[in-house]
Design a protein around this ligand. Sequence first.
Ligand code: TRP
Length: 338
Amino acid sequence: MDNENNERRERVLSLIQPTSVPTIGNYLGALKNWADMSESYDCIFGVADLHAITVRQDPAKLRKQTFEMYALLLALGLDPEKNIIFVQSHVPAHSQLAWILNCYTQFGEAARMTQFKDKSAKHADNVNVGLFSYPTLMAADILIYQADYVPVGADQKQHLELTRDIAERFNAAYSPTFTVPKPYIGKAGASIKSLQDPTKKMSKSDANPKASVSMLDTPDDIRRKFKSAVTDSEAVVRYAEGKDGINNLMTIYSCCTGKSFEEIEREFDGKGYGDFKPAVAESVIETLKPIQDRYNELTRDKALLEKLAAEGAQKAAYVAGKTVSKVMRKVGFRQVNK
Ligand code: TRP
């Protein structure tokens, strides 16, 4: 990471909020690729605890979930030696840069963000300024590491666009300071739907617990949820329009086993959903097992997790500090005399 500028590999960055355990939709659609990316890119992945407090959190729970999310990132197979894996609040420079970027973002731009509009409708009793400036903190997360690529889902695309606008604006006002980040378009991440309403995206915040499968669900939970997954009355395993439930299960099974839809159709030719559903459940259990095993090992070793988080924070702070000094100089802050 240190051989700056000329020789450095391109950087991929993403953060994830610790407020709930990711679903198999998050995993198959995005997280699964994170570990692979580190072969070709320098990867910087973090737990966005600063973002989490834009919605009221229970302190003990937040503390616990932050560590669990950190462990889960490691459990994905990301090597903390080769990559930077850190907790956002451990690197104060994020908040510092976020303040500065607030002053380079127009009220109207932030007010247009659809996520702000959705969240302020959802949390009408706590429409705080942090919720409003959430995207400038996210811009700081990205720009502070001079990230080249950010893997983003549809819900974060608008925030990345704003980040690019802020970076370009700052670069034009002063001189090139920030790398303008691009969305990372990986192998088409699968879009996994709710098991109860397969026309909707699978979401961890779904009120119906049977609608989504979390990455840390037990094998029994997983079997139960797939057993009650919504299908159709045709009782034929084939991928077709109007068969949203079966299409979704086939997508999940295909992602977990690597089999194509034709192979799956052949495998279940003449069989019904009573055979297919348990097979999907087992493929998910198998896929999650190594991650869950590693996660359980890590969460048992608090000292190791703390050590890795401290090292991650130190590496992150080094890279972030360089950007922040540059920015402070450009906007006209006096350097402290050492
Ligand atoms: N806002 C993102 C989400 O909720 C999390 C996030 C924070 C993020 N900072 C980021 C994602 C920087 C990508 C890059 O999903």
